[in-house]
Design a binder for this molecule. Sequence first.
Ligand SMILES: CC(C)(COP(=O)(O)OP(=O)(O)OC[C@H]1O[C@@H](n2cnc3c(N)ncnc32)[C@H](O)[C@@H]1OP(=O)(O)O)[C@@H](O)C(=O)NCCC(=O)NCCS
Length: 129
Amino acid sequence: MIHVLTYAEIEQWVRDGKARAILSRKVDDMMVAVEDDELLGFVLVETDTIREIFVRLENHRQGVGRRLVQAAIDKVRVAGCPVIKVLVKAFNIPSNRLFQSQGFRLASITETAFFSHTLIANCYEKTLA
Ligand SMILES: CC(C)(COP(=O)(O)OP(=O)(O)OC[C@H]1O[C@@H](n2cnc3c(N)ncnc32)[C@H](O)[C@@H]1OP(=O)(O)O)[C@@H](O)C(=O)NCCC(=O)NCCS
């Protein structure tokens, strides 16, 4: 059953260490974009792969996604990985355009599970100098 947490519940969740357990299992790092203490978006990175990127709708097309991708690139480069990767569903035009605009090249096309559906996804890579 889906349960939507209130802010107070999220605080308790963090205090109980549940958020940390999930983050440490799923990702190496989460970077957030903030402005005047407002959360604009986040990017999740696992080793050499961007697992998720999200920007609040009101802040789309303001360069927030680009900044988050650059932060992910910097992190993966500093970790010594030669390449950064991301899997993007083919229908997601904004995300495909975002990564293409940041120099990611299409390395392969695959299938990915999306709830009960199978969707085409683009595997992008960018070589890190
Ligand atoms: C994909 C997403 C992160 C882009 O974030 P954003 O902050 O709007 O992106 P930016 O403003 O940094 O855009 C950078 C470039 O990406 C491309 N781009 C971004 N959104 C686009 C859109 N809707 N249509 C076409 N190109 C787009 C453009 O090239 C843009 O440069 P420009 O504005 O100078 O033309 C955002 O749309 C989002 O959160 N979507 C919902 C979650 C999602 O789909 N995540 C991806 C999972 S893989």
